[in-house]
Design a protein around this ligand. Structure first.
Ligand SMILES: O=C(O)C(=O)C[C@@H](O)[C@H](O)COP(=O)(O)O
Length: 289
């Protein structure tokens, strides 16, 4: 039962990656009990990071590489394979990739070929990052099974938990995580864990929820899930990926800068409003972030 943080990428005002802040943030999250770091994911603005920036984030976290799942997805497979090769110098837990996206009506066999190519070049276990809402393609358990492609793991970002469970029943050895914050409780209960964006700013809430589940205290665990869901709904009002930078600074006590456009930072008034609303929630429920 693991809590995996799709770690946000701190940026300097000039839009370069703030490596110091990334290191501080990763160290803090691991110290607070987060199990693994999913690097260059959606929350990490992975699709908006260049190949060289993806390498930079792994170099920055090289001393905790064994706790890192390194996301390598790009729309240029040559870049992906360069990142796969680059990762072989680091003892990462696994590499991962989302599917090709944007281009409509890609034949199933091209989608599978993308992952087969990655798997044939990787010295590390390969995880699928399946996010149909974001990519336009559902790389389902059925599709992998149809082409006989068995990967080491999957992060399935899906509101349909049964869809994630299907990976587990089809490939019993596969590590299966669900990537939706609002299903974190159920993912911890029924899968190998959760990959939750909000664990950037609420690490202790997730760690306490996991502890409550392992102690059989469902009621307490659900209090934590309700807080997470409330904060997600709040963050979405302002733009979740931008709001997360404000929430992380607010709850963790250090700056992670602001996101890089086209993920725009919140305006000053929005930041004030968001902080006020969140304070009420966290105070009201009496849990630590
Ligand atoms: O940021 C990542 O790489 C994640 O796994 C989480 C990501 O899939 C995303 O936050 C999921 O959000 P929704 O369920 O779409 O609200």
């Amino acid at each position: 039962m693991e809590v995996v943080v799709p770690i946000l990428t701190p940026f300097n005002p000039d839009g370069t990656i703030n490596r110091e802040a990334l290191k501080t943030h990763a160290t803090n999250l691991l110290e607070k009990g987060i199990d693994l770091i999913f690097l260059n994911g959606t929350t990490g603005l992975g699709p908006a990071l260049s190949k060289e920036e993806k390498k930079e984030t792994l170099r920055t976290l090289s001393d905790v590489a064994d706790r890192v799942i390194f996301q390598v997805g790009e729309l240029n497979l040559n870049n992906v394979l360069e990142l796969v090769k680059f990762s072989s110098d680091y003892g990462v837990r696994a590499i991962a990739s989302y599917s090709p996206y944007y281009f409509p009506r890609l034949p199933e066999k091209w989608l599978i070929k993308y992952f087969q190519t990655i798997a044939s070049h990787s010295s590390h276990p390969v995880y699928l990052y399946n996010y149909p809402l974001a990519t336009g393609y559902d790389i389902s358990a059925e599709l992998l099974s149809k082409f006989g492609l068995e990967l080491a793991g999957v992060k399935d970002t899906n509101q349909d938990l049964a869809h994630s469970m299907k990976f587990k029943t089809t490939f019993p050895k596969m590590k299966v995580y669900n990537g939706s914050d609002t299903l974190a409780f159920y993912s911890l209960l029924s899968l190998d864990g959760t990959v939750a964006s909000m664990s950037n700013c609420l690490p202790t809430v997730f760690v306490e929820m996991k502890r409550a589940i392992s102690q059989g205290d469902v009621k307490k665990a659900l209090v934590h899930q309700r807080l997470i869901t409330s904060i997600v709904e709040l963050a979405r009002k302002y733009g979740q990926l931008g709001a997360l930078y404000v929430l992380t600074e607010m709850t963790q006590g250090y700056s992670v800068g602001r996101p890089r456009p086209p993920i725009f930072p919140l305006e000053e008034g929005e930041e004030r409003e968001l902080k006020k609303e969140v304070e009420n929630f966290i105070k009201g429920l009496g849990v630590k972030a």
